[in-house]
Design a protein around this ligand. Structure first.
Ligand code: SAM
Ligand code: FES
Length: 345
């Protein structure tokens, strides 16, 4: 096991069967060795600085119905909301004062916002906060829409591939969605010039160590600037309501493997990780992550952006979340920094 970890550390890649071997056989002692290596690489790239992104969940309307997702169109009990441009700018104002220099606009695939609306939102944020980066996470769009957002000033785009295995993809999504389309979007975003993030849930239904190895191979090939991975957590109003959540240990192992594969990539310790374990985000950082994404959405809508059950930080004000995370990071020897936190390849 140690030999394989050392090989990944040196060469930044392994073969599919080697990843499968690690995932099937890793024990607590070799996980600790893996985390140490991943921490070392992360420290070499970023020191003890942790980048922050202010997450603005601006709509929970979605035309899709991904089977795992609590805000899919199939959930008739979801209490739907949309934020206006003014609401979003208010979140940015609060965020800027708290030291955020990246705003992540995330939402369901909501056609209520035209390209013109999105462009206006981007332009207004850039006008008021020219020193900030904007990350979009609004799902699959045409290349021409992506191009418009980029020209308006958006810097980054998050679109998880969810799984790199076609059959697995079709068991997680309705027929209207395909892995091929998702990949087309990802490659188009990269070509346009965005810093692009992809990723997947750990422990999603029907996932195997073989599909996880395919995820790792795809990530290496695509070479994203950012990689978001977090545990799958069931939502009571979805068809996966009674499935088990993904495990903390496996999520940490995957974060660490990705850190060794892509030393400079921006990897968040996600809210989902903090939801399955009270120390999840700290453990994520200690396994090689270097980003946290506290919630900047107005408290009045937070509970409504319910992707999975028992999501943390839905009652706190933005300032509380920021201070809470700053304290958590300091306790483990890291600091939140006031920085856009761009990818530096
Ligand atoms: N609509 C955009 C998209 O699909 O990329 C952005 C919003 S979507 C809710 C953001 C991410 O949430 C998805 O990529 C998915 O991996 C994650 N997610 C959805 N449901 C989840 C669940 N039950 N547990 C953990 N993560 C989940
Ligand atoms: Fe669209 Fe989850 S199904 S955001």
């Amino acid at each position: 096991m140690k030999q394989l970890i050392d090989k990944l550390y040196e060469k930044q890649q392994l073969a599919k069967d080697e990843y499968i071997h690690i995932l099937n056989n890793i024990d607590a002692a070799s996980s600790e060795y893996l985390f140490e290596k991943a921490r070392e690489v992360s420290r070499r790239s970023f020191g003890t600085s942790i980048y922050t992104r202010g997450l603005i969940e601006f709509t929970n309307y979605c035309r899709n119905n991904c089977y795992y997702c609590g805000i899919g169109s199939g959930n008739k009990k979801a209490d739907r909301y949309r934020l206006s441009r003014e609401d979003i700018l208010d979140c940015c104002k609060t965020g800027y004062e708290l030291g955020f220099r990246t705003f992540v606009l995330q939402g369901g695939e909501d056609n209520h916002y035209s390209d013109k609306d999105i462009v206006e939102i981007i332009t207004s944020i850039k006008q008021d906060y020219p020193d900030c980066a904007i990350t979009l996470s609004t799902g699959e769009k045409s290349s021409s829409s992506y191009q418009k957002y980029f020209e308006a000033g958006a810097d980054r785009y998050l679109l998880r591939h969810e799984t790199a295995n076609d059959e697995h993809y079709s068991r997680l999504h309705p027929e209207s969605l395909s892995l091929a389309d998702r990949k087309r979007c990802l490659y188009s975003l990269k070509e346009i010039g965005f810093q692009v993030g992809t990723g997947f849930m750990v422990g999603s239904p029907y996932q195997t160590t073989a599909t996880l190895a395919e995820d790792l191979l795809f990530i290496k090939e695509f070479n994203p600037h950012m990689v978001g991975i977090g545990p799958f957590i069931p939502h009571s109003e979805t068809r996966f309501a009674s499935e088990a959540a993904g495990s903390l240990e496996l999520t940490l192992v995957l974060i660490a493997l990705i850190r060794l594969m892509l030393p400079k990539s921006l990897i968040p310790a996600t809210t989902a990780l903090g939801t399955i374990n009270p120390q999840g985000r700290e453990k994520g950082i200690l396994a090689g992550a270097n980003v946290v994404m506290p919630n900047l959405s107005p408290v009045s809508v937070r509970k409504k952006y319910s992707l999975y059950d028992n999501k943390i930080c839905t009652g706190e004000e933005a300032a509380e979340c920021r201070f809470c995370l700053a304290g958590r990071m300091e306790k483990i020897g890291y600091q939140l920094v006031v920085d856009r936190g761009d990818y530096k390849g």
